[in-house]
Design a protein around this ligand. Structure first.
Ligand code: BV8
Length: 248
């Protein structure tokens, strides 16, 4: 893939760079997306039953089991070159932050140190009544375990539909949109708010906005550069074009 000089210079000279990622970043790791192909999660599972608090309360065993199966699947998968390029970039640019909608933890596994998880992490649990954080080694039995502090049911500590995003995480993410010089949006359908507002905020604040996605999205018309293709293929090529050296 050919990249234009302005794109390469912007990435070389940036002091503050944000990678904003969605499910498309993990597609090449084997993780299903949510909306864009026949095996996507919300095409095969009703999000109102599996990704809302009311759905969990109506059928806690079914929802707990569904997330247990997703956790088990993720344990057999691993980060792909897209995650590894973003991790390597933090040793080239002083201020690199990953803001992710993903809950798979692959950015941290790949070595990214500054990661903001807007929608939580699938390995974490909390209780449904008071949000008491549960120990990581909780028995992931078939039925949801009970909170050791209040006895209510445990649930995945992730953001379901109709739930607020973690306030501190979202505040820092919003601030980064105003401060960064380059904002790279990777594998996002731009359909889920308020996270999807962040790339638009960055563009309005004067950041150079790059989008990597095989499909067009609502962000196309405001991006300074749309790179149509797979993140796991484009990012290693972009690394080579910017730094003129192989990916570590
Ligand atoms: C909230 C966790 C209010 C669970 C998820 C306006 C403002 C605020 C809210 C709303 C609003 N309008 C509507 C809402 C409500 C709702 C919403 O946005 N609904 C949409 C669907 C219309 N938002 C909410 O409910 C949010 N909460 O607003 O609360 C509030 C406020 C205060 C106090 C109380 C309440 C919560 C949203 C989070 C929901 N949680 N998941 C789980 O994972 O099980 S949603 C899910 O969507 C994931 O989190 C995911 O990250 C997110 C976004 O999806 P994408 O990551 O973009 O993935 P998708 O499959 O859609 O697209 C994949 C893309 O990758 C595609 O473009 C594809 O082309 C591309 N791709 C594919 N392969 C590759 C690739 N790209 C690169 N390389 C490849 N190889």
């Amino acid at each position: 893939m050919q990249f234009d000089d302005e794109l390469l210079n912007r990435l070389r000279q940036a002091k503050r760079l944000v990678f904003f990622t969605g499910a498309g970043t993990s597609t090449e790791s084997g993780v299903p997306t949510f909306r864009d192909e026949q095996n996507s999660l919300w095409i095969n599972f009703d999000a109102t039953r599996f990704a809302t608090e009311s759905g969990f309360r109506a059928n806690p065993g079914q929802v707990w089991q569904w997330y247990a199966e997703r956790r088990q699947q993720l344990q057999t998968l691993s980060p792909n070159p897209a995650h590894r390029v973003m991790a390597a970039w933090q040793d080239k640019t002083a201020g690199v932050t990953v803001i992710t909608q993903n809950i798979d933890g692959f950015h941290q596994q790949a070595g990214s140190r500054d990661v903001i998880e807007l929608h939580g992490n699938i390995t974490a649990n909390k209780c449904v009544d008071f949000g008491h954080v549960a120990p990581m080694d909780v028995n992931l039995s078939d039925q949801p375990p009970h909170c050791q502090q209040c006895g209510s049911l445990l649930r995945p500590d992730i953001v379901w539909f109709g739930e607020a995003l973690p306030a501190v995480a979202y505040h820092f993410a919003e601030q980064l949109c105003f401060d960064c010089e380059v904002f790279v949006c990777i594998g996002c359908s731009m359909e889920v708010y308020p996270a999807a507002s962040l790339p638009f905020n960055a563009a309005r604040s004067g950041a150079y906005l790059i989008q990597i996605n095989p499909q067009a999205t609502p962000l196309d018309e405001v991006a300074d550069c749309n790179l149509y293709g797979k993140a796991g293929e484009i990012l290693p090529q972009l690394w080579q074009a910017v730094w003129q050296e192989p990916l570590p």
